[in-house]
Structure formats: C-alpha cells, structure tokens
Write a protein that binds this ligand. Structure first.
Ligand SMILES: *Cc1c(COP(=O)(O)O)cnc(C)c1O
Length: 412
C-alpha cells in the first residue's frame, strides 16, 4: 500500500486498512460509549494491555481508531492519536511527556495559543526557552542538562518564517532530544516528518485536514524515528508495550484518557471525509497563494509580502528543500499611509475572520486580534507589524480573488 500515491492511499484507506462491515467505504460512526465482553478475561486483557480492543470511548473507539490509522499510514508512522482540537493534542502531549524541572526549547514564532500555553506550562515548573528556530545554532546554544524537548512549527504564522527543520532534527537526534513539530501549515502531502527526523508531529485537524471550516480536531503522530528507551519520563507502567509504542501509549493514557479531550466519533468521520481531498485542495491553495503573492508584491500600495514561495523570502531555499509547495498562509504589510482597516472593510469576497486552512480565502489584522494579548514588545520580536494583514488562501478561482483585492486596494 505504501507505494501508491498520496490521494490514492487516502481515498482507499478506510476500505483497506480499517475494513468496515458490509462493504461500506466509510467506517461506521461509533455511537456506543461502552463495549461488551462476553468473557471477563478478554476485558481484563484489554485493560492490562495484553490485547487490543476498546473499553470506553474516551480512550478509544472504532471511529477514532480508523482516523488514527489513516493518519499514521500517510506519514508512514508507528502510531497516531486524535483529540477534540489541535490545542488539546498539543497540551495533552506536552503535559503527558514533561515534568516539573524539565526544560523545553520552543520557537519564538509560535502560533498565538501555543505561545500562551508555553506560559502555562512554565507556571507548572517546566522551564521554557524561546529561540529563533530559523537558525540551528540558536537551538544548540539553548540546550542544557534538563532539556527534554525541542518544539517548533514548520512555517510560522503570520510572518511565515521557516524553521531550520533538518539541521535541528539532526541536532535533536545526536543529543537524544524529543523533537516535536507542529505541521499544521504543511500537512502530509507537502511535507514528510521523518525526512527531517521529527519524533512527533502534532497539529490541528480543524485546518487543512478537515478543510471545510465545519469540524474541530487535533492529532499526534509518532514518525517512528525517536528511540523511546532514551526518554527519562516514560512511566514503568507503559514499558510493557513495544518500545516504539511507549510515547504514544503514555500520551494516550496520561493525555487522552486522564485529561479527556476526546474527538467525537462524528467529528472523526467528518475529518476523514475532508482528508480525501486534502492533496487536491492544497494544490489549488498553493497555486492561488503563489499567484496572489506575485500580484501583491508588484502592487504600489503594498509595502511587503511574506510568502515562502517568493524568491525575496529569507528562507525561500529552506522552504524549497523541505516542502513540495509553499502553503496557504500569505501576509502583507500595507504602505504606512494606507489604513489596513479601510482595506479590510472594502473586501467583498474575502472573508474577515480568524481561522485558516479553509476552502474560502480569509483575512485578518493580526496585531489587533490574535496577537493583541502578546503586547507590542513580543509582537516586535515575532516580526508582527501593526499594519500587517494575514490571508489564509482558499480554493476559489484566482481571478475572483485578484478582482476583490484590486478593488479594495483602490479604495485605500
Ligand atoms: C490552529 C492551530 C493550532 C490549534 O488548532 P485548533 O484545532 O484550532 O485547536 C495549533 N497549531 C497551529 C499552527 C495552528 O494554526
């Protein structure tokens, strides 16, 4: 199966991996919270990890297992878990694998809510160090005795900085550090986690995977690269599993089971249907983003365009090495004399909304919204200007997007 193309594998994954009953091409949605065992010995074996099965759908169900199989399969990974949201996946993973006294190195260009989560885990006694991940030497310099994890995002939002992914992966491998990569911006059809030696991929199913703005979800995928026998925080209890399952088992027990942010089976079905067109949508999204980036870079009311596909982007070469295309996030600074609120209010097709990875093109003044809480100092450190607008490019016909941008720019 692994030799077939990305979309072929995905649209046939439920049939071939999960084998739903009666020849159905979709896994049935699990409506039961509990699972009956005729022989109590089997129930006990499942509880104690000697047999695979479901006991209570907070921890696992047929629907969610089917989606987890699809995610692990498209990454060639050793296991996956799904959660109610991307933030649930990220917080459950970090809280399951870190302890007070540990040190984590994180990107200084994190998604706003992840940056805020970093402050929460710091309050719990985990030391957090934020570094510029476009440069591996910054990460290397931050490593200390207590460092357990390096955490970053493939393409940052909204300034689109690209992390030095492969060199940081090599560094993590040589130091035995767990390398957690949020690949929300570059889903599996654009980027392969194992190629940059990522240990775990985490992120949002709400964005490109689901893709239609109608369902929340999050994921963790183990790429199979990391040797869990060298991770100090695995509870002895979970070491009865094969060593390549230690990490996922601990996140499943401590994160999913104990913290309880389970994806609903109905949502799992919606995400898996959305994923069937992931590659097709990403192709159109990236194509539109490139067209718009070139258009905006020429426009005399635009000061600056941030898009990794442009030759002017500082990490254009890195992006070209790591991704098969450049993603759907594109930001601009308008010329200082142009009012970004006037521009946004003049848009008629492009939607003013937070969210990204939708089929529809969205726009947002970032400094005044998602990064408002961070304050001017932190925003400056992240490269976010007051006049910056972030677009999440959709799959519309590009001429309609150009038309809308042109008429709105005329009005400022
Ligand atoms: C949106 C997003 C998340 C959080 O996902 P939710 O499903 O909204 O909780 C995490 N990381 C990145 C990079 C995101 O863009």
């Amino acid at each position: 199966m692994t030799t077939k193309g990305f979309t072929t594998r995905l649209v046939h994954a439920d049939r071939l991996l999960n084998k739903p009953q009666d020849g159905a091409v979709h896994q049935a949605t699990t409506n039961s919270v509990l699972f009956e065992y005729e022989d109590v010995n089997d129930l006990v074996d499942v509880f104690q990890g000697r047999k695979v099965g479901h006991v209570y759908s907070r921890s696992s169900s047929t629907s969610n297992a089917a989606l987890q199989n699809m995610l692990a399969n498209i990454e060639g990974g050793t296991g996956a878990l799904v959660f109610s949201t991307g933030m649930a996946a990220i917080s459950s993973t970090l809280l399951s694998l870190l302890k007070a006294g540990d040190h984590i190195i994180m990107s200084q260009y994190l998604f706003g809510n992840s940056a805020s989560l970093a402050e929460t885990i710091e309050d719990l006694g985990i030391r957090v160090c934020l570094v510029d991940v476009t440069d591996v030497s910054e990460v290397e310099r931050a490593i200390s005795e207590e460092t357990k994890v390096v955490y970053l995002e493939t393409i940052a939002n909204p300034v689109t900085q690209v992390a030095d992914l492969a060199r940081i992966g090599e560094l993590c491998q040589s130091r035995g550090l767990l390398y957690i990569v949020d690949n929300t911006m570059t889903p599996s059809c654009l980027f392969t986690g194992s190629q940059i030696k990522a240990s775990l991929l985490v992120g949002s199913l709400t964005k490109y995977y689901g893709g239609h703005g109608n369902v929340l979800g999050g994921f963790v995928i183990d790429t199979g690269i990391y040797d869990w026998s060298s991770y100090a925080n695995i509870s002895d209890f979970y070491k009865t599993a094969p060593v390549d399952q230690w990490g996922v088992t601990q996140v499943k027990k401590k994160g999913l089971r104990d913290m309880g942010a389970t994806l609903s089976p109905q949502s799992a079905h919606m995400v898996s249907v959305g994923m069937e067109t992931l590659e097709l949508r990403m192709k159109k999204t990236c194509e539109n983003a490139m067209v718009l980036a070139n258009f905006l870079e020429q426009h005399d009311k635009v000061e600056k365009v941030y898009y990794p596909g442009l030759a002017s982007h500082p990490q254009h070469d890195l992006a070209q090495t790591h991704f098969s295309d450049f993603g759907g996030i594109l930001s601009i600074d308008l010329k200082p004399e142009c009012d970004c609120f006037d521009f946004l209010n003049a848009l008629s097709l492009i939607i003013k909304a937070t969210h990204l990875g939708d089929t529809r093109t969205l726009a947002l003044p970032v400094a005044h919204t998602i990064f408002y809480e961070n304050g001017p100092e932190k925003r400056a450190q992240m490269g976010i200007n007051d006049n910056m607008i972030r677009f999440s490019i959709g799959i519309e016909n590009s001429e309609d997007l150009i038309y809308d941008l042109t008429q709105a720019l005329e009005k400022v």
